[in-house]
Design a protein around this ligand. Structure first.
Ligand SMILES: Nc1ncnc2c1ncn2[C@@H]1O[C@H](COP(=O)(O)OP(=O)(O)O)[C@@H](O)[C@H]1O
Ligand SMILES: [Mg+2]
Length: 352
C-alpha cells in the first residue's frame, strides 16, 4: 500500500544540511495498522509527511497503491492527498467553525459535492465518531478527546484509503487515549482503512498496531510484528522505549539478577499459554525448583502475554527447558551457555 525506497531527507540549516532521515526502506501492507515509534527528533513527523508529500525526499522514492508518486504534482498530487487523511497531535481545528463545519471543510474545498450531499456525509461521519449530538458546538466547547474525534471525522471526509496519525493521542489523558485508539481500530476494521500511527509511546503501539518500525536518529533500527519487537527488543533504542512503558522492566535484560546456583532463563508465554499453569507442572515433573526474579504480564492487542525471568535449579533443568520449549514457551538462556549445561548446584552435587 505504501512503499518507501532508499528515502533520505535533509533540511538546510544555518550550519549546513541536517539529515532528518537516512536511507529508509519501509513497506506498509494494505489493511494493517503500522506503527512508527521513536523519541523526539527521531524523524517521525518528517517520515509521515513524506507519505502525502507535504515534504519531498532528498533521495529515494515514495510509492502509494503501486504508483510512484515521488514527483507528483497537479491532479496526481490532489488525488493522492484525497486518498490520504491526516490526524494531528493538536487537532488543528478551525475555531470559528462548528463541529459540522470543520468536518464539512475539506468537502467544500474539494468543490465536487452539493450542499445536501455534504450535509449527509457530515452527519454520517459524526455518527461514526460518536459526535452526532455535538454537531452545532464549537471546538472550545469540546474536550480533548472530542476534538480529536472531530479531527478523525474530518480526515475521513474525502473517503481516504490511508490514515496518517502523527502523535494523535499525545495531548490526551490515558483514558481518552484508549477511547481514541479504539476508534482508530474500529475504522481500520470496518472501513478497511490502512493506518500509519506515529508515536513516542510504546503503550500506544502495544494496544493498537500489527507491525512496528523503530526510528532512531533518522534510521529504522528495528522492524517487525509488535509481539516480537515488544517482547524481544534488540536495539538499545527499542529497549529504552519499552522500559519507559514499564519502569520495572528488569525482565528485559536480567536486571543483573543472575542466580549462580541455577540457570537464569527468560520465559515468554503468549496467547493461551499465558494462562496455563505450565511452569509449575513442568518443574514438578522434572524435579526442578524455580524462583521468579522479575516478570511482566499484559496484552498485545487482544493477545495475552506473560514474561518471567526465572532461575531454574535441580535434577533435570535441561529436561524442563526442553519440555517448556515443546509446549510453545519461548525460552532464552541468560547466561549464554548451551541448554545441556547443568546448573552450578548440580555440578557441585556431582563433585561432592
Ligand atoms: N522544516 C524543517 N527545517 C529544518 N529542520 C527540520 C524541519 N523539520 C524537521 N527538522 C529536523 O529534522 C529532525 C526530525 O524532526 P521530526 O521529524 O519533527 O522528528 P519527530 O517527529 O520524531 O520528533 C529534527 O532534528 C528536526 O529539527
Ligand atoms: Mg513529530
Amino acid at each position: 500500500m505504501i512503499r518507501l525506497e532508499g528515502i533520505s531527507k535533509a533540511f538546510e540549516g544555518s550550519q549546513g544540511a541536517v539529515a532528518a532521515l537516512s536511507d529508509i526502506a519501509l513497506t506498509v501492507t494494505e489493511g494493517e495498522i503500522f506503527g512508527i515509534i521513536g523519541s523526539s527528533g527521531a524523524g517521525k513527523s518528517t517520515l509521515v509527511r513524506l507519505i502525502n508529500l507535504l515534504e519531498r525526499p532528498t533521495r529515494g522514492d515514495v510509492f502509494v497503491a503501486g504508483e510512484r508518486v515521488t514527483e507528483a504534482r497537479g491532479e496526481q498530487l490532489q488525488a493522492l492527498r484525497r486518498s490520504i487523511g491526516m490526524v494531528f497531535q493538536h487537532f488543528n481545528l478551525l475555531n470559528a467553525r462548528t463541529v459540522a463545519g470543520n468536518v464539512a471543510y475539506p468537502l467544500e474545498l474539494a468543490g465536487r459535492y452539493g450542499k445536501a450531499d455534504i450535509a449527509r456525509r457530515v452527519a454520517s461521519l459524526l455518527e461514526r465518531v460518536d459526535l452526532a449530538d455535538h454537531a452545532a458546538k464549537y471546538p472550545r466547547q469540546l474536550s480533548g478527546g472530542q476534538k480529536q474525534r472531530v479531527g478523525i471525522a474530518r480526515a475521513l471526509a474525502s473517503g481516504p484509503k490511508i490514515l496518517l496519525c502523527d502523535e494523535a493521542t499525545s495531548a490526551l489523558d490515558p483514558q481518552t487515549t484508549g477511547a481514541v485508539l479504539d476508534l482508530l481500530r474500529e475504522i481500520n476494521r470496518d472501513l478497511g482503512v490502512t493506518i500509519v500511527l506515529i508515536t513516542h509511546e510504546m503503550d500506544v503501539i502495544r494496544r493498537t498496531c500489527d507491525r512496528v518500525a523503530v526510528l532512531d536518529r533518522g534510521r529504522v533500527v528495528e522492524e517487525g510484528p509488535v509481539t516480537e519487537v515488544f517482547l524481544h527488543p534488540r536495539h538499545p533504542a527499542t529497549l529504552r522505549l519499552v522500559r519507559e512503558a514499564e519502569p520495572d522492566g528488569g525482565v528485559l535484560d536480567g536486571g543483573g539478577a543472575l542466580d549462580l546456583a541455577g540457570r537464569t532463563v527468560r520465559l515468554t508465554f503468549r496467547g493461551e499459554a499465558a494462562h496455563k499453569p505450565l511452569l509449575g507442572r513442568i518443574a514438578r515433573e522434572n524435579h526442578v525448583d524455580y524462583g521468579i526474579l522479575a516478570g511482566r504480564v499484559g496484552h498485545i492487542r487482544e493477545t495475552p502475554y506473560a514474561q518471567f525471568l526465572v532461575s531454574l535449579s535441580g535434577r533435570d533443568v535441561a529436561g524442563a527447558i526442553a519440555t517448556l520449549r515443546a509446549s510453545g514457551v519461548d525460552v532464552e538462556l541468560q547466561d549464554g551457555l548451551p541448554d545441556s549445561v547443568p546448573s552450578v548446584a548440580e555440578r557441585s552435587r556431582h563433585v561432592v
